[in-house]
Design a protein. Sequence first.
Length: 330
Amino acid sequence: MRTRVSPIRAPSAERGHSLALLQAPPPDACPVTVYLYGLAPRSRVEMRRCLDLAASVITDGVVDEAVRVDWSQVRYSHAAKVLGAFRDRYAPEGVRVKLSALKQVLKSAWRLGLLDAETYFRAVDLPKIRSKPLQRGRALTEAETDALLTLCDADRSLRGRRDAALFALFAAGMRVSELLGVDVADYDGGTILIRHGKGDVARYAYIGPRYVAIVHTWLEHRGSKPGPLICGILGNSKLVLDHPMTISAVTRLCWRRAEKAGVKRFATHDFRRTTATRLKAQKTDLADIKDFLGHQSIKTTEMYFRNDKEASKRAAARRLAGERDDGTTE
């Protein structure tokens, strides 16, 4: 039988709020810690930050650490107040993500026996966040990806080989964090083992013969020493194999290459949108695209498809001029 741990509350005059705790409960009795245990390391930092903001809102600024909130006393009114604070600070999509963290902490509190079922379900019964924002990001054209690869191919330095391999591997539809986590031992002639995908789910990714040749050229220079497949380079030739490149370093690398290649600036995540869009154009089954990208839901995958904006503009212009798509007049 579970033993409920009583929260240690500070005297009212010291804590200034009925939901503020003098000290955090033990990790296995704290709903915040229990929830964060289930997240990937990178996600823990972001969710901890938004939960600390929620703590400040709930306690009127008395505490700014979510672990020092007495979650057994949180009610619908507190959750609604946090929702209002999130709406003031974040875009609708961000509100949904961060509100989900709050709800998961309340669920952990219920599972730990700190909230009864009725109190929990009342607290999480918040209004839905409805919005349909413009699509972020874009899909790169074939001409743009060719320009990037041509630029890197013309650069005979070690960085040129590495950057070409980086762009080739992006064709596998990996998240940048997944790509940077691939060890040289995880790559086998176009088959890539992603050991720690989103949600710590492992999967395989693949690249075609053209890109395999590019990565092979990089490996001829990199060698087979243990370490990240795509690594940093010091000076002109010293490989950094003891730790992976950072996401910010890869982002800056992409921007520099884009500028030199005459390509409009893009986000690293746009490579995933590019892969999804091209697979769809090739009539690939949606379920296969979902699995290829490592998504849990087809609805998420559908958000990655990008239309050809120029083609859409031309079609709209024809319609406004009274022409059909086949060029005849209506």
